[in-house]
Design a binder for this molecule. Structure first.
Ligand SMILES: Cc1ncc(COP(=O)(O)O)c(C=O)c1O
Length: 421
């Protein structure tokens, strides 16, 4: 038999170095036996960690009954997921579309619903906002780096400054600004849009954008702004849903419910593809063929989601997220005392970001890369914001993180910082 090809010689893109062969909870290990603390939960999606045993059992049981049904039919798991999603989501969200399998297509579906419902066109997205990777979603996303290589782009996006108080676009302070980053959106509508704006889509905490947490009151102000202008507010809760911020949804954490909400990543607990769009009652009743994918509402994924939603609602589950998140946040913040490169540490629940700065307060991009590599060497998997181009280390460990492991992660952060030149 001919020698097997090196995978890097067949992949059309750069592969990662390690070959992962197993995982359990917060830990994963590679083919050399090296163990990692997976502080990004796979791709921010393994809400319950690698191979949660109860989710695996639910998948196995469903495998024996029915692996796949087309969306022309109902199945028990898909019915149950839809019921549960409506039950646990903010009260005004009473309808669910379970026909996407990932975040990008769920966000596009949400935008289609908004356009269909309002009869309007444009989409407002904050700077650094991540809408997704399909051509339309990448065109809408709030970073030019994801758009630059592609000549044909989906029109109709309006990008506006986000509530990033650490680097405020308007050079204001949150205590006194009166939310310029909301009020000045009017200028963008007047001078940068087509004049016909259907919706504004925002991650309540900007994930890929660098864990940007809005100041108190921002999202309420934004919702009022949208309602006054008949613009639908969409929360992309693809990273934040199901306990990530310490409450079931970021909408609960901030006490603001959107008109439409998208969820995906964490929904199936241990990594099966599934996404949902939740809407208000007034947006119900469209033709299902307008937005649906072969693998949307996958039966196996739905079985995993039913179990996941049961687990995250168990007594003590969210308390654990808040407790281990508080330990991690406090410990990481304490590192600032000895390491001036750590400019800001921000977090809600188990969604944290560590922003590295240059001595003059600029973005320490090269250092953030070096730090991320060093963390990897120390057995901690993290990511760098803005698809690897930013200066924020992103942490989203599985929500089953123990406080002992939170301390272990912080210890390794300290050790990795000590190694930085
Ligand atoms: C906030 C947010 N929205 C949308 C997406 C796109 O999701 P997917 O990769 O499942 O298409 C992502 C993925 O990282 C995301 O983080």
């Amino acid at each position: 038999m001919a020698d097997a090809l090196d995978p890097q010689d067949v992949a059309q893109y750069q592969l990662g170095d390690a070959l992962l062969v197993g995982g359990s909870g917060v830990r994963a290990w590679d083919s050399t036996g090296r163990e990692y603390l997976d502080c990004v939960s796979g791709t921010f999606n393994l809400l319950l960690g690698h191979n949660h045993p109860e989710v695996m059992a639910a998948i196995r049981e469903q495998t024996e009954r029915l692996v796949f049904a087309s969306s022309s039919f109902q199945t028990e798991p898909t019915n149950e997921v839809m019921r549960e999603l409506v039950r646990i989501s903010p009260e005004n969200l009473t309808r669910v579309n379970l026909r996407s399998s990932g975040g990008s297509t769920a966000n596009e579906g949400a935008i289609k619903i908004a356009q269909h419902h309002t009869g309007k066109r444009d989409v407002i997205v904050p700077f650094r906002g991540q809408v997704g990777q399909t051509l339309a979603a990448a065109s809408l996303s709030g970073s030019s780096r994801m758009r630059a290589p592609f000549p044909y782009r989906f029109p109709g996006s309006v990008h506006v400054p986000e509530p990033y108080c650490f680097r405020c676009f308007y050079r204001q302070h949150p205590d006194t600004c009166g939310f310029w980053c909301v009020q000045r959106i009017d200028d963008f509508i007047d001078y940068a849009s087509s004049g016909s704006v259907a919706c504004l889509i925002i991650e309540p905490v900007s994930g890929v954008g660098g864990n940007v947490i809005p100041p108190p009151g921002y999202l309420a102000e934004l919702k009022a702004f949208c309602e006054e202008r008949d613009i639908l507010l969409i929360f992309d809760e693809i990273q934040t849903a199901f306990g990530r911020t310490g409450q079931m949804f970021a909408a609960d954490t901030f006490g603001v419910s959107p008109h439409i909400m998208t969820v995906s990543k964490g929904l199936t607990g241990s990594g099966l593809p599934l996404a949902a769009i939740l809407t208000e009652e007034r947006m119900s009743g469209w033709d299902r063929s307008l937005h649906g994918f072969t693998y949307g509402g996958h039966t196996l994924s739905a079985a995993a989601a039913v179990k996941t939603l049961e687990i995250v609602q168990r007594p003590g589950f969210l308390e654990n997220v808040r407790a281990s998140g508080a330990v991690l946040l406090d410990r990481l913040r304490a590192l600032r005392a000895d390491h001036p490169i750590v400019g800001d540490v921000r977090g809600l629940g188990l969604m944290l970001g560590v922003e590295l700065i240059t001595p003059d307060g600029g973005k320490a991009v090269a250092e953030t890369h070096a730090f991320n590599k060093e963390l990897h060497r120390q057995g901690v998997i993290t990511r760098v914001s803005e698809h690897g181009l930013g200066n924020v280390i992103e942490l989203r460990p599985p929500l089953v993180l123990s406080t002992a492991d939170a301390h272990l992660i912080a210890d390794r952060f300290g050790a990795a910082l000590d190694e930085l030149p």
